[in-house]
Structure formats: structure tokens, C-alpha cells
Design a protein. Structure first.
Length: 293
């Protein structure tokens, strides 16, 4: 009789590895620092995804065999649906489906000074493939169709992802709101699911040494002549967008006195498990999702 013990042990180890990699992939905006809400919903922390749903762009997602094809399929379907190079437009289109504005971060926290080196830092390595964006009020300052490929690190558990280049000059001298969006593709037993991350960080103004290019007239566009709308100059393949763009989808959130960075209570795991994010399904709990659009 052949013992089944080795098989059971191997299965258990594999399951633990999948669960660990799922947790380790979480994170939050670290520089400038996103402050957690005083009260979390359902025990979630600022590093948690705010919703996990089935892919909402109609496509045969389960037919994908590699990460390159996965990103290409998303980019193609996003273009068809009017969300090309505009993750914010998609994720802010339905708060009930894609999660609340700012996720588990506090938009009323004390404003932070932006980095002076033209970067923003995520709390750990971005491990899941998928697009991410950074906005300053209504100006896009960074977009990439595959942030894990562009900004991922050799060890996502111990090395932070540095997103760049970011021009903070479009922030008003009186302050602005930094908004981070990440649509992470997570493997599951049933194929792919979407994990949504949203973080808000009030800023004091442009980076030290920069002059604000923000305008005060609501009837005029920004004085930065390099700006384009997010639907112009469509790219045929995933790319990083450096030039800012404008939208009117989300209002500016005023900042008031609120918890400071000292109140950050996020506990980052010290697990040393490594991950090969991408198409290998991992065990995860899925939420009931609404019908794809």
C-alpha cells in the first residue's frame, strides 16, 4: 500500500504558499504616506484590497496562458469600453462595485510634503500584474498598464516599489489630493479575479523647489502645455504614461485636521515566501460579483 502522507504534506505546503503570497501582495502608499481611517470596515487594514470581484470587461479571461497576453487582453477590452489608459475612470465609475473612494485611507489626514526626487513609493513590491495610476487632483501624473512588470522588485516582501517619474508641479500651492489606483489581477481556482486598491494622500503643495503650474480658473485648462486628455494618443501596447492628463470624474477632497502618520497601524508580514505573480492560480476567497459590463 502506497502512503498518501507525502502527497498530503505537499498539498498542505502548496496551499499555505498560495495563501501567503496573496497576503504579501497587499500594500499601501508609503511615500507620501497614506494614513489609515480611524475605523476599518470588516476588519480591513489600509493595505487590504477594498473589493475582489470577477473581471468586469467581457472577455475569455480563463483562456490566458501568460502575463503578456493577460495585459494585452485587458488593454484591448479597456479600449473597447472607453477606459483606455484611464484606470481611475473605470474604478470610480461605480463605488458599489469597485469600492469606496480612497479605500481604507483617510482623505482628511494631515497633508504630507511630496518627495523631492519625482517618485512615489509603495509599501512593498507590487507583485500582481495589472494597471496602476497616480493622480494629483484631476491631473494624471503616472499610468502604466503593467505596474508589476515596470515597478516590481526582486523580493516583493522586503523591497518597496518606487513609482516614477512623477511631476508634482501640477499640485496647487495651497495643496492637492494624491490618488493612487491599482487594478491587480489575482489568480484563483476559478481563473482570474480583480483586486481593487485605492489610496488618497493630501499633499501640502508641489515638491520643494517646484513652482505650481495649477490654475485657479475653473473655465481654463492647466498651463502645463504637455497635458493631454486620457483618450488621446492611444497606445497599441502597454506603456508608462509620463505626461499628465486631465479629467473631471472626481472632486477635490478638502483636508482637515485628522490622524497623523503616527497612527498608522499597518503590520507588514515578515514572511519570506517568494512569489511568481501572474498566471499561476492561487487559492483565494472570492466575493460575489455583479454581472460583467
Amino acid at each position: 500500500m502506497v502512503s498518501s502522507t507525502p502527497l498530503l504534506v505537499a498539498t498542505a505546503v502548496a496551499a499555505v504558499g498560495c495563501l501567503t503570497s496573496q497576503v504579501q501582495a497587499h500594500g499601501y502608499m508609503y511615500l507620501p504616506l497614506a494614513v489609515p481611517l480611524a475605523k476599518y470596515k470588516k476588519g480591513k487594514q489600509i493595505s487590504s484590497w477594498i473589493v475582489q470581484i470577477d473581471p468586469q470587461l467581457e472577455a475569455d479571461w480563463n483562456s490566458i496562458s501568460d502575463d503578456t497576453a493577460l495585459i494585452a487582453l485587458y488593454a484591448d477590452k479597456a479600449k473597447e469600453s472607453g477606459y483606455e489608459n484611464d484606470v481611475r475612470k473605470l474604478l470610480d465609475s461605480d463605488a458599489n462595485l469597485y469600492g469606496a473612494d480612497c479605500g481604507y485611507s483617510d482623505p482628511d489626514a494631515d497633508p504630507k510634503d511630496p518627495p523631492t526626487d519625482g517618485t512615489a513609493t509603495f509599501s512593498r513590491g507590487i507583485a500582481h500584474h495589472g494597471p496602476c495610476e497616480i493622480w494629483l487632483d484631476d491631473t494624471m501624473v503616472l499610468h502604466d498598464d503593467d505596474c508589476a512588470k515596470t515597478f516590481g522588485t526582486a523580493d516583493y516582501a522586503t523591497m518597496k516599489s518606487v513609482l516614477k517619474p512623477i511631476d508634482y508641479s501640477s499640485c496647487s500651492a495651497s495643496g492637492c489630493m494624491l490618488r493612487f489606483y491599482w487594478l491587480a489581477f489575482q489568480g484563483s481556482n476559478d481563473g482570474y479575479v480583480w483586486q481593487i486598491y485605492k489610496h488618497c494622500v493630501p499633499l501640502t503643495g508641489p515638491a520643494e523647489g517646484q513652482t505650481s503650474t495649477a490654475t485657479t480658473s475653473s473655465a481654463s485648462t492647466s498651463s502645463n502645455t504637455t497635458q493631454t486628455t486620457t483618450t488621446e494618443d492611444p497606445a497599441s501596447e502597454p506603456s508608462t504614461t509620463i505626461a499628465p492628463s486631465t479629467t473631471t470624474d472626481a472632486p477635490v477632497t478638502e483636508t482637515t485636521q485628522a490622524p497623523t502618520a503616527d497612527e498608522v497601524t499597518v503590520v507588514e508580514s515578515s514572511a519570506t515566501a517568494t512569489e511568481s505573480p501572474g498566471t499561476t492560480p492561487s487559492t483565494t476567497e472570492k466575493c460575489n460579483a455583479r454581472k460583467r459590463v
